[in-house]
Design a protein. Sequence first.
Length: 88
Amino acid sequence: MVRKLNPALMKPLKVSAELAAVVGAGPMPRMDVVKKIWVYIKKNDLQNPKNKRNILADEKLLKVFGGKKEVSMFEMTKLVSKHLTNIE
């Protein structure tokens, strides 16, 4: 069985300046934004070593995470959504 991708994940979205500092300039689909954030997290070793599901914010991610120093993967997705808007 082949899973179909949710079309909402493929729709290009406008990326805020704070998020663009991490993932690059948009517009880009939500799926690409999440992939690029994970590349950034792994490259900069920002996973909590005691609990890999938590992300430790550096200077750039603090702005995306609303000033929170540590967030869970699930919370991160919600916080990143605030930095994505539909293209008019």
